[in-house]
Write a protein that binds this ligand. Structure first.
Ligand code: HEM
Length: 454
């Protein structure tokens, strides 16, 4: 189905800027926050933008509208098709690209490994990886926080999701994956994905040729990894082992191609996102001394060997929640295209309309979050927010599969760093997010100085 809305129906859509589609796309890419804020100021809770291959997209930042989208029949809302630009990286079987029954089947196979109880098995790996990344830092020397957090989150995925123990393969993947993923993070890489005309293999020196060679090297390593796991006599604790053991309702396990595509999907969805969230958290904790003091007071009374207890620390939880509120990693959820007319805050949207709950604008509503531009973890201690008011991980049948994993990792990494090291900002200046692929990330470089080891 096409995502373009027929002209006679566009009059039923909420209004939006009349500037050219190209200009709107440029604003969305280059100044996403300012653009969303200006549109919300001008048009309110619902507005329609024209965004390149997605066509017209209706942004919604009102909890009532978000509830209407999230509670609509998921079978009638397609999101996978809107991600098709990622196909060369992820492959046909990727959860991010599927819709309908195939999406539901794949999600059911993938959900059990991400269950909360399972996560705790990864606690010691996360702590060890954090210490290994931090060990070369020198006292009174600055280090690049984002680079360090990326190294932590990549290693956590290699160990706990891919289950890589073979040290040679580990090292090759460690080198290969950041370059492979750069295709979605860097502007040059992204233009390769969006401009199909550039997707020509003119040998190893052409950008697309380089990508294809990296992909076949990666696939070779992943299929080796899958084959080894299949031959294991005992089921490992890593997520790949659990994926191998999973069966659908008819008793069918995942094929090798499905496993490969889901591994790359988990990597793409989980690596940069968690690294950005951790970088922001470290920034806010050190930018606001009162936040740091309160957090350190809570950590001083905590049992640091009890991963379950750490997950439940109220102030640490509030700091992580506020980090993901003020600058959500994804400014919007995956855009959904409706297969039946959708009722949205008084509008009846036609078949083929694409809607996007706007996480950033919803998180900035002053009646929900007074003084929304201030970082105030206390707001999460004082009240509970509904899934339509606070949605850093999206919602409904597309809600982030790795939500529990990401929060667990954030809390353990922060606890490990803050209780073993002391830091200060290299420069105390406010940071504003920059676009990184489809996400919003802290600007690079952002540096902390290690002042003391405990
Ligand atoms: C702080 C870190 C993270 C944030 C903020 C985040 C946020 C999101 C958001 C907003 C979505 C789209 C949800 C929607 O459209 O309703 C999503 C989807 C997804 N996320 Fe995450 N994510 C994070 C970490 C992770 C991790 C660690 C993993 C796995 C290891 C992961 C795996 C996925 C997958 C597989 C999907 C697609 C779900 C589907 O389409 O059914 N994410 N995430």
């Amino acid at each position: 189905m096409s995502t373009t809305i027929t002209p006679q129906l566009t009059q039923n859509l909420p209004s939006g800027p009349s500037s050219s589609a190209l200009w709107q796309m440029l604003q969305w890419i280059g100044r996403p926050l300012e653009f969303m804020e200006a549109c919300a100021y001008e048009y309110g809770d619902l507005f329609t933008l024209r965004l390149g291959s997605l066509g017209q997209v209706i942004f919604c930042s009102h909890p009532q509208g978000i509830e209407e989208i999230f509670t609509a029949d998921p079978k009638q809302m397609d999101a996978g098709k809107n991600n098709s630009v990622l196909l060369p990286i992820l492959g046909n079987a990727s959860l991010l690209l599927l819709d309908g029954e195939p999406h539901q089947r794949q999600r059911q196979l993938l959900m059990p490994p991400f269950h909360g109880e399972r996560m705790r098995a990864y606690g010691s790996s996360i702590t060890q990886i954090t210490e290994a990344v931090a060990s070369p830092w020198q006292v009174n020397k600055p280090f690049d926080v984002r680079g360090a957090m990326q190294a932590i989150s990549l290693n956590v995925i290699l160990k706990t999701v891919f289950g890589v123990t073979n040290s040679e393969r580990y090292q090759v993947l460690q080198q290969l994956l950041p370059n492979f993923l750069d295709l979605t993070g860097s502007p040059v890489g992204a233009s390769l994905l969006f401009l199909r005309g550039l997707q020509k293999d003119w040998g190893a020196w052409s950008p697309w040729g380089r990508f294809l060679r990296m992909r076949s090297q990666l696939d070779h390593l992943l299929y080796q990894q899958i084959a080894e796991h299949r031959n294991q006599s005992e089921l490992g604790a890593d997520i790949l082992s659990l994926m191998l053991a999973a069966e659908d309702e008819d008793g069918n396990p995942m094929t090798n191609v499905e496993l490969r595509d889901e591994l790359v999907t988990l990597l793409l969805a989980g690596h940069e996102t968690t690294a950005s969230a951790l970088t922001w958290a470290l920034y806010w904790i050190h930018f606001l001394p009162e936040v740091r003091d309160k957090l350190m007071a809570e950590l001083a009374t905590a049992d640091l060997n009890d991963a379950k207890g750490i997950q439940r620390l109220p102030y640490l939880n509030a700091v992580c929640s506020e980090t993901l509120r003020i600058y959500p990693i994804a400014p919007i959820t995956a855009p959904r295209t409706t297969k039946i007319p959708l009722s949205l805050m008084g509008y009846t949207l036609p078949i083929g309309a694409t809607v996007a709950p706007c996480i950033y604008l919803t998180h900035r509503r002053p009646e929900l979050y007074p003084n929304p531009q201030a970082f105030q973890p206390e707001r999460f201690l004082d009240r509970q927010f509904s899934p339509y008011e606070y949605l850093p991980f999206g919602g409904s049948n597309r809600r982030c599969l790795g939500m529990i994993f990401a929060l667990f990792e954030m809390k353990l990494v922060l606890t490990t760093l803050l209780t073993r090291y002391q830091f200060q900002l290299e420069r105390s200046q406010p940071l504003k997010p920059v676009r990184r692929g489809v996400t919003l990330a802290p600007p690079s470089p952002f540096k902390l100085i290690l002042t003391q080891r405990f």
